[in-house]
Design a binder for this molecule. Structure first.
Ligand code: UGA
Length: 435
């Protein structure tokens, strides 16, 4: 018999000898493949987890600020809805039910507290981004919690959240103060301005226009829309087509967007052009705030100066005056005329300057701080950088005076005194006396 005789005619019928040696080898093979599979699955999972946790959208301390507000927030559920409803409940006759965006911000906190105090229902919304120290925003939140104002954590770009809020509460008014603020930072992170001041505003208006009833909206524009204008004081009827910063351009865009939503959907819209607002609980990115911090640390203070030793000045406006202007704008706002996305008639569209009408040079601001803090300031006079700053601002407030009864009463000296007192108490337990 040749060796070919052992080969079966049909290979499929070939039966392997079951030797113990082969069996063990097979088992070893199988176990080693399983180990390899587990090992690589583990590596794969680890890579996904590392990627997920390092991804900017899920990391609140992300270094990429343009993505800060893409974080996901927890909202919803019966307990959450109960808090929302209770915070927005009106407690005075003919009171409003107001959604305040940017409620953990400087102006937002003050306006929310003032509305709540007079019996209006107030619900805050804020994304607590890290443009400046979020612990200050948390402290403002704690302050509002004591007045029973709840701040929902979320972004104005989150339409589902906004729709939910309007489902739970029939807001009569929206005070829209959430924004990417700051003039100089716009060169560092332009995307964040487009995200908050344009996309975010549109997202809010989309939900407002579809709400039934539609709320009346008062929102924060800026003195920066006057850009490179040289005619002073600035009036609402002046041109606003030469912004000096992207920040100013996004606020100007907001004014045009407001016009569109008023025209198409009958939304009642009032824009307030704030002039360099300052005061207790203020913004650490603003000059008066970080000058105070740096003077206390003995650092030198960069004071901008225009060409040929030209004075740089601002129409600094104290927060309490701004709050009065905001409340007056809400009180005089007429109802939106549309409902459920359909316009039923012409609606109110307004814009007002809220300034102080007495510009003060930055050098004088520093002199006042020097006196209040009793520290000799090391001055560093610098050329006004070309990064969005304008040389001066000065508000004509006659329109706001006439139509809102707006009348600022705090000058820079008195306002800074209150700010410094707050600052020392907040940051150093009031160990240093003022004046
Ligand atoms: O009025 C407004 O609409 C704007 O007011 C402020 O913008 P700004 O007036 O530039 O306020 P600061 O950044 O606090 O600057 C105040 C003054 O100090 C000057 N400055 C700033 C920084 C610095 O290092 N040195 C310095 O002299 C600026 O040129 C300016 O004249 C806010 O930051 C904006 O968000 C707001 O919209």
């Amino acid at each position: 018999m040749s060796h070919l005789d052992d080969i079966p005619s049909t290979p499929g019928k070939f039966k392997m000898e079951k030797s113990p040696f082969i069996h063990n080898r097979l088992r070893w093979h199988w176990q080693s493949s399983l180990a390899k599979l587990s090992f690589w699955s583990f590596i794969f999972l680890a890579v996904i987890l590392i990627f997920f946790f390092r991804s900017p959208s899920s990391n609140p301390n992300s270094q990429d600020p343009s993505r800060r507000s893409l974080r996901t927030y927890n909202w919803g559920g019966p307990a959450w809805e109960k808090r929302v409803r209770s915070s927005a409940r009106v407690r005075s006759q003919n009171g409003f039910s107001v959604l305040v965006t940017g409620a953990a911000g400087f102006v937002g906190t003050h306006v929310s507290a003032a509305l709540k105090k007079r019996g209006d229902g107030v619900l805050g919304l804020d994304n607590f981004n890290d443009y400046y120290d979020p612990s200050l925003k948390r402290a403002r939140q704690a302050l509002l919690e004591r007045s029973r104002v709840f701040i929902v954590e979320g972004d104005i770009n989150d339409s589902a959240l906004l729709r939910k809020l309007f489902e739970v509460v029939a807001f009569t008014h929206v005070m829209h103060l959430a924004a990417q603020a700051g003039v100089r930072y716009a060169m560092e992170n332009p995307g964040s301005y487009v995200h908050s001041n344009i996309a975010g505003f549109v997202s809010l208006l989309e939900v407002c226009k579809s709400a039934n009833p539609q709320p009346a909206i008062v929102w924060a524009s800026s003195s920066s829309v006057y850009g490179l204008n040289s005619k002073v004081p600035f009036s609402e009827s002046d041109r606003t087509d030469q912004p000096a910063s992207l920040y100013a351009a996004t606020k100007k865009a907001g004014e045009e967007i407001a016009h569109t939503y008023n025209h198409i959907y009958g939304l009642s819209l009032t824009g307030l052009r704030f002039f360099t607002v300052y005061g207790p609980w203020g913004r650490p990115d603003m000059a008066y705030f970080f000058f105070t911090r740096d003077i206390l640390k003995g650092k030198s203070i960069p004071i901008f100066e225009a060409a040929n030793h030209g004075t740089v000045a601002r129409d600094f406006t104290y927060i309490d005056d701004i709050v009065k202007g905001c409340l007056a704008a809400l009180d005089t706002a007429k109802k939106s005329t549309g409902s459920g996305g359909k316009k039923k008639g012409p609606a109110q569209l307004r814009v007002y300057n809220l300034g102080n009408t007495s510009p003060v040079p930055v050098s004088e601001l520093v002199r006042i701080l020097e006196r209040l803090l009793k520290i000799k300031v090391k001055r560093n006079i610098m050329k006004l950088p070309r990064n969005g700053d304008v040389q001066f601002t000065h508000a004509n407030i006659s329109l706001a005076q006439r139509e809102l009864g707006y009348k600022p009463t705090t000058d820079l000296q008195a306002g800074l005194k209150k700010f410094v007192r707050w600052y020392l108490r907040f940051y150093s337990d009031g160990k240093r006396a003022v004046e």
